[in-house]
Ligand binder design. Structure first.
Ligand code: SF4
Length: 324
């Protein structure tokens, strides 16, 4: 039953499926377990996506997360890359799903166009400290902190419901985390457009060159508690349950104030070495501790009026039929 407003002790998740227009990316973040070199991986075709959407019709999936590697803004391929993303979103909508796009920094005009085929969008702020530009982001021009802050500002100006977040354990200090959270809070107070902040612990994978241990999950509850103090109350804190492997620590994160587990689907494309627990397994962990697991849409109800009439109608159908 989709009525989490009525439950006191609940945590939400989004029944989601991730499609990847391309794994190619012109950045080389050293902790990446996703990218291929530009030109090295084929782009997802519309017919391949259609086949996936047809199959998903029989499953209880609502959100299509469009997650892509990045083509350089000045590349001759950029327009075609953007068009493919737009077309995939449109196709997902036509099949009755609700798209949420997270494909790296976009121009203002690109964001504006994608708003018409997405119910929400996202971009991780990761960390604002410029010192990472000399380390993990040394070869990642689109990880410039100002560029990413600009995206959050444009999302606010365009009234796009937005998800952002921090990557933890990539060389930042706790003070760096608080500074990044303060910046999110500041922008939200201006535009009231941030739905969720993800706190994502660095979790080493097979492909990365960054030689550092996993972020200590025991530190997460403390960071969540502090984040809850910094962030406005209407921003939900999200944690990826596949990266907090110990059940007790997962519960501790929820007790500390995390209230969302993000998109749960077959594969975590960003952390492919860490399979998702599925809905029933999560329920079995949460319920004995008194927590209800409740599905949600990729747009929170307070933002529905920001959407076009067509998108509002699609959202309304999901709110009415699927989770009742
Ligand atoms: S983390 Fe994202 S931006 Fe960085 S290399 Fe990987 S796909 Fe590209």
């Amino acid at each position: 039953m989709y009525c989490h407003q009525l439950l006191r002790d609940y945590t939400t998740y989004s029944p989601a499926y991730t499609i990847v227009p391309t794994y190619e990316c012109f950045n080389r973040c050293t902790y990446c377990n996703f990218r291929t070199n530009p030109g090295a991986s084929p782009w997802m075709t519309l017919s391949a996506a259609e086949e996936i959407f047809r199959r998903l019709q029989k499953q209880k999936v609502c959100e299509i997360l469009i997650l892509s590697g990045e083509v350089h803004p000045h590349s001759p391929q950029r327009q075609a890359w953007f068009q493919r993303i737009y077309d995939l979103c449109n196709l997902a909508l036509n099949w009755g799903f609700l798209p949420h796009t997270n494909v790296g920094p976009l121009s203002f005009a690109e964001m504006q166009q994608l708003k018409s085929v997405n119910v929400s969008m996202g971009l991780m702020l990761e960390q604002l400290t410029p010192k990472l530009l000399a380390t993990v982001h040394r070869h990642a021009p689109s990880k410039l902190p100002e560029l990413r802050l600009q995206q959050l500002t444009w999302a606010g100006e365009l009234q796009i419901p937005f998800t952002t977040g921090l990557l933890l354990g990539i060389g930042e200090t706790l003070d760096d985390c608080w500074e990044t959270l303060e910046a999110i809070s500041h922008l939200h107070q201006r535009y009231h457009h941030i739905q969720e902040v993800i706190l994502q612990p660095h979790s080493p994978g097979n492909q990365q060159t960054f030689d550092a241990p996993a972020f200590n999950p025991h530190q997460l509850p403390e960071i969540i508690t502090q984040a809850r103090q910094i962030l406005p109350a209407d921003i939900t804190i999200q944690i990826p349950p596949n990266l907090v492997k110990n059940e007790q620590w997962l519960l501790a994160c929820i007790e500390a104030g995390a209230r969302d587990l993000g998109g749960i689907g077959p594969i975590d494309e960003v952390n492919p070495d860490y399979p998702h627990l599925q809905e029933q397994e999560l329920r079995e962990i949460l319920q004995p501790a008194g927590w209800q697991l409740v599905p949600r849409l990729p747009i929170y109800p307070q933002f529905d009026s920001w959407l076009s009439e067509e998108l509002q109608a699609a959202v309304k159908r999901w709110r009415k039929f699927i989770f009742t």
